[in-house]
Design a protein around this ligand. Structure first.
Ligand SMILES: [Zn+2]
Length: 463
């Protein structure tokens, strides 16, 4: 174990150096007059930014975001998303500053005891799971004693900040993890020091919990007083899943041009990026078929997902109808691949510029017949989870969210995927009020959260 920790520390320092070097290079390249060097700088900033997100390093995030905005503007890339994020982080920083000066106000209910040092350090966290939506169960590699656990609370009524912290004498062999439960704002699991695993429950109202140790398990029982209970069962192994997000269109192909000339390729990329960040934060491995406004051939998209050995392929699109009908069509739809198609699917295919007759001639049907029933079934199940969770996430803040349902249709972009694959039409960009929402970053975030919840849900049921 000591060896492991030494390695971990080495690895982290190495990572830190890589980041500093990359940033130095990006800073130099960003000032260049050559477009390709600015592109390189932009990519460097983005790579470090993703690492910073995973490490939860706000300072590094701010540095990268400033770089992304500066170089993005030079390259005429839409950086409004990054600008919003930077603004939020700056507000957070100022709040933290304020909080520091208020720190004395925090009443420590029980001062943390020193954990006994004599205990062997070989206790590993083996698994985490939710049971009956109320209990979080942590299993360790050996029996835990009462003296190895320390729970305390940090509460401040004035600023409405409530924390309950569990320090356990154990080792987390993963990166920092975030869990979800409807009764608390944030649950974070991290290695606090070489010996201590720390779980922090963060909330804006008092946290009521009970815990129990028995054998190798620690059970934390959440309060049952919460009105709406939305939980996502979580299994340790889902963190190894790989997801490919495919923002539709791009470059010369702008996709649908909707209300007020909003363009599909831009809106779907913005939503996809938010989804990427959330999934990364939840521990998934995520790849995008495009990160910028570039053209990607349809067939290359699923090929890319196959190459990455993805567990899921999510193609993100926006729907549209001709102007004369624009007020009639709205809503969110999720499609999975099949030869059967409804009239609605047919209209969507038209909106996506798919030439159906050409498709039939080119042997689409033959390809589809080769697809296993199992995969179609899995894609159908995935589509249902995504659709449900998108709707429930959006309905927490927005009225009149339309459910277009789960449908099947012959979409080229899904053909050839070796994993469950769906196409999400995040809304009708042609509809005046829906389009206005779709370009709004808060709406995009809610939608992305819903998709991520759907992904969690799918893996919880289909590990
Ligand atoms: Zn599209």
């Amino acid at each position: 174990m000591r060896f492991f920790l030494a390695f971990l520390l080495f690895y982290l320092t190495l990572f830190a150096d890589v980041n500093t070097d990359t940033l130095k290079r990006a800073d130099t390249n960003s000032k260049s007059d050559s477009k390709s060097e600015v592109v390189r700088a932009y990519n460097d900033y983005r790579n470090v930014y993703i690492r910073a997100l995973m490490k939860d390093d706000d300072k590094l995030c701010r540095t990268c975001l400033s770089g992304l905005i500066k170089t993005g503007k030079k390259l005429h890339i839409d950086v409004s998303n990054y600008e919003n994020k930077l603004k939020k982080l700056r507000i957070k920083k100022n709040k933290l500053k304020k909080k520091k000066s208020q720190k004395k106000l925090i009443d420590q209910k029980k001062p943390p005891k020193r954990l006994k040092k004599s205990i062997s350090s070989k206790n590993k966290l083996k698994s985490i799971r939710w049971k009956d939506s109320q209990r979080l169960i942590l299993s360790f590699s050996r029996n835990i004693k009462k003296s190895e656990l320390n729970r305390f609370s940090l509460n401040n009524d004035k600023i409405k900040k409530y924390k309950t912290i569990y320090d356990i004498y154990a080792v987390l062999t993963q990166k920092t993890m975030f869990l979800k439960h409807s009764s608390v704002k944030k649950i974070r699991l991290a290695q606090f020091d070489q010996r201590t695993l720390r779980i922090v429950f963060d909330n804006d109202s008092k946290i009521k919990q009970q815990y129990k140790i028995s054998g190798k398990e620690l059970t934390i029982k959440m309060s049952s007083e919460n009105r709406e209970l939305r939980y996502i069962p979580l299994k340790y192994n889902q963190l190894k899943k790989i997801i490919v997000i495919d923002p539709g269109h791009g470059g010369k192909d702008s996709g649908a041009v909707g209300y007020k000339k909003y363009r599909e390729k831009i809106v779907v990329l913005q939503t996809s990026k938010k989804l990427r960040d959330i999934l990364l934060q939840r521990g998934y491995t995520v790849y995008m078929t495009r990160n910028g406004d570039n053209f990607v051939d349809l067939r290359k998209r699923t090929k890319f997902a196959n190459k990455k050995k993805a567990d899921l392929f999510l193609s993100i699109h926006a729907n549209s109808v001709p102007k004369r009908n624009r007020k009639k069509a709205q809503g969110i739809e999720t499609y999975f691949l099949s030869t059967k198609r409804s009239q609605r699917a047919e209209n969507t295919l038209k909106a996506e510029n798919v030439d159906i007759s050409k498709m039939e001639k080119s042997g689409m049907n033959a390809t589809l017949h080769l697809m296993s029933r199992e995969k179609i079934f899995a894609s159908n199940k995935l589509a249902i989870d995504l659709q449900q969770n998108m709707l429930s996430s959006l309905k927490t803040r927005y009225k009149h969210v339309r459910d277009g349902g789960v449908r099947s249709g012959p979409f080229w972009v899904l053909v050839g995927a070796e994993m469950p694959a769906v196409l999400i039409e995040i809304g009708f960009i042609s509809h005046p009020s829906e389009a206005k929402r779709m370009i709004d970053h808060r709406y995009q975030k809610k939608q992305a959260l819903g998709i991520a919840d759907g992904v969690d849900r799918y893996f919880a049921k289909n590990p």
